[in-house]
Ligand binder design. Structure first.
Ligand SMILES: CC(C)(COP(=O)(O)OP(=O)(O)OC[C@H]1O[C@@H](n2cnc3c(N)ncnc32)[C@H](O)[C@@H]1OP(=O)(O)O)[C@@H](O)C(=O)NCCC(=O)NCCS
Length: 271
């Protein structure tokens, strides 16, 4: 399924790619953002150099300037991913209430340790937005754009996106694809449709080698979405989630992997 990436033109008037020095490639910026050590190694903690050429009085000048890493990352992060029936976009204030509602729904939260209250739900939105700013990827707010069964259905459906997995496990650090949708939107193929666009962005723009997904072994619905995306699991990758106590029903986890060679192709579409 084709997906479109739209870049926020208002935030950066020049194409970021053009101002980067030859030795720094776009993917290396993102890989580096995943790993602070690597970004420090080439450009210092907060800045990266770029070259600006100008012609004054008929004479060409070339100067080197420092662009903040945060500015560069926000220039390169698309403002939305568009699929046939969905818009994956950054979070707005109006999303907080319906997000808190789905986080409080025991059905949605069946495979999480516990439902979230309003404060924890809002804090999660803040963390997600900070991740977009710092790393150039995150969990997108999913908006349904196709005509719904009911006009009272709010367009905000939940999230699907990429997230850094940093806890202690044999496969970390890694980037995972994850999802959480309001119950009324389940079973329509939205998680897999959005997941496909997110994977294409991860393997295309971010040039990740591998994207993983994991869940409690008993979460059959989520596992099915992973399989539909072409991800595969192996018993050798099964693990116990370290943040859950021994004997907890959700502690045994399964890991699914997808490498860039088998991932969905990136189909840029002119907006
Ligand atoms: C997991 C989740 C995102 C799936 O969303 P969705 O839009 O319904 O997913 P899709 O429709 O794209 O695909 C789900 C697949 O699971 C199948 N499925 C549904 N219930 C199932 C079950 N109990 N056992 C096995 N498969 C099941 C569906 O039939 C569908 O497969 P199909 O298209 O071959 O029929 C959604 O259920 C959700 O938000 N769950 C709560 C949050 C959660 O558990 N997140 C994952 C944490 S890791």
């Amino acid at each position: 399924m084709a997906s479109a990436v739209r870049t926020s033109s208002g935030r950066c008037s020049t194409p970021s790619y053009a101002v980067l020095p030859r030795t720094v490639t776009l993917p290396s910026i993102y890989q580096a953002a995943l790993n602070d050590l690597r970004i420090c190694a080439y450009a210092g903690r907060h800045c990266a150099p770029y070259r600006r050429s100008s012609i004054r009085h008929g004479v060409s000048f070339t100067t080197w300037r420092m662009r903040s890493l945060g500015t560069m990352i926000s220039c390169m992060t698309p403002s939305e991913l568009v699929t046939e029936r969905l818009r994956l976009r950054r979070w707005g204030r109006a999303d907080r209430k319906p997000f808190a509602e789905l986080n409080a729904d025991p059905k949605v939260m069946e495979y999480y340790p516990e439902p979230l209250g309003r404060a924890a739900s809002d804090a999660m939105v803040d963390t997600i937005e900070a991740c977009f700013e710092e790393r150039g990827f995150g969990l997108w707010a999913v908006e349904v754009t196709e005509a719904g069964d009911s006009t009272s259905d709010p367009p905000f459906a939940g999230y699907v996106g990429l997230w850094p997995a940093t806890f202690e496990a044999p496969f970390t650090p890694a980037v995972e694809v994850g999802w959480r949708l309001a119950h009324r939107y389940w079973g329509r193929g939205y998680a897999t449709e959005a997941g496909r666009a997110v994977l294409a962005d991860g393997f295309g723009r971010l040039e990740l080698d591998e994207i993983v997904s994991f869940t409690a072994a008993v979460n059959a619905r989520s596992r099915r979405a992973m399989m539909k995306l072409g991800m595969t699991s192996s018993a050798a990758d099964d693990f116990d989630h370290p943040s859950l106590p021994e004997g907890h029903r959700l502690r045994p986890h399964v890991l699914y992997r997808l490498s860039h060679t088998r991932g969905p192709r990136f189909h840029p579409v002119t907006p």
